[in-house]
Write a protein that binds this ligand. Sequence first.
Ligand code: ZN
Length: 257
Amino acid sequence: MLKILIAVISIGLSLNAADPWINIILYHRVLVKTEAAYDVSVEDFENQMEYLKASYDIISLSDALDYITRAKELKNNSVVITFDDGDVSIYNNAFPILKKYRFPFSVFIYTNIVKEGPHAMKWNHMKQMLAYGAEIGSHSVSHGYLHKRLKEESEEQYLARLRHELVDSKNLLEAEFGLPVRYFAYPYGRYNETVKEEANKAGYEAILTVRGYENFPGDDPMRLNRRVVQRSTTPESFIKTFTVQQRKSLNDGDKDF
Ligand SMILES: [Zn+2]
């Protein structure tokens, strides 16, 4: 009986293997010599971009949203390249390679980083990326955990903190660049229903998580899946990211953090 039930459920919600999907990949730092687990070496990054150039359509996050909301029809498996936090190695090491391949990309900045010193990008770096055609989204003000109310916080204080992180970061970036900031990436990929609701109210059009699945047309743009690429990513596992479908049904990936 259980087997039949499982079979019925999976027929109802299964994805056609031929349906094209969008992979959103995430980098943090691109360093000549990696220091932390979430770093990628310049050499690996270059090889990864070379592979993508030969194999997939590299699209902007805005284009991806047109496909996900079905404003446009997705014909080929496509890839969106994103960076979180705002480390200066994105500007120094990744940006020249992205320019060489003429790839669009998005950077999610937590706005306090610009005050943090030499490891952080400055506004001027980001403006050069915008002039090239990159998109910049918010990654909060302070990069704190948004999904948990702190012990000393009242519900009201928690809401005020969420609004500060979601709204003030957006306002600051918009004032600095004179452009609308349409996208948000959750710090650590962590959120709950309240965070999601407040992000909606703040006017974001898309939100990125770190649930490592593909995105299909019809998915919720306020909860996009994204795969982290890091030091431990081998050439084989990188290729597998794009060639082996992880999501077997539309319900896969529903688990929230
Ligand atoms: Zn981050």
